[in-house]
Design a protein around this ligand. Sequence first.
Ligand code: AHR
Length: 320
Amino acid sequence: MNILARRSLLLLASSAAFGAAVAAPAAPLVMGFSQVGAESEWRSANTASIKAAAKQDGVTLKFADAQQKQENQVKAIRSFIAQKVDVIAFSPVVESGWDTVLREAKAAKIPVILTDRAVNVSDPSLFVSFIGSDFVEEGRKAGRWLLERAAKNPGADLNIVELQGTVGSAPALDRKKGFEEVIAGNPKLKISRSQSGDFTRAKGKEVMEAFLKAKDKKIDVLYAHNDDMAIGAIQAIEEAGLKPGKDILIISIDGVKGAFEAMLAGKLNVTVECNPLLGPQLMQLAREVVAGKTVAKRITTLEGVFPAEVAAKELPNRRY
Ligand code: AHR
């Protein structure tokens, strides 16, 4: 036994003999996390990031998948309250309808962190912080790309169809708002049809099929609120005998690997980045919140825009 080991043993023995408190190892922080679902490549990357960060950080994670249903999220949050977790984090499927359950969490003195999506509540003290993207800005970036593209062909009117995300969700509301705000500057850009594809490939394909079948107006541009719906729509466009990315310009949001592959194949024109890798920041924030530190109410993630021209160079750098 070396000197240091013997010294620790002696110290332990003497503190026990004098009745001194021997510091117990700190209990791991317990986080209840309610995830929206598994609707997209983005969501899978987000879930993987949160699980990996919790493991790496020694956080005990109670994870619940809500399968895109608000009632499942409310049940999960109530169960986290009953289990007396240290902190609750969740990515709300829709913006409204959270006041009651968040008041219950507040009454139980359990801090709540929002990740990825915002809520619309009457009392902002019902959550301590919100980490996530600026979805309005993402919509603006998509709109600005189209404005620049349209400027190269100034004569033509462009008929746009829009695949919205989940009805009532923050990204669907905000991405629509940001895009519309920017294209309003050009009277030649008009959205003729807009419907929800629920952020999934299957629904994106189904709704795009319906848009194409209507045949009342040639479709020039598709604006999809996420890459998965764009990828589903690409299939529908090809099945209709058209060339996605050429006959119809396609703009989407997220920046998942599948979008880069579609851009390399010439089928998608641009993707606006939405970063799902929020796990490490969330764990650090949770520790600060539980330690009683004052944290920023809003933490926005930094993101870029990737047109097809840079897809080959960027694909090897993509982490999701
Ligand atoms: O809330 C983020 C959005 O949710 C992503 O853009 C979309 O792919 C996901 O389903």
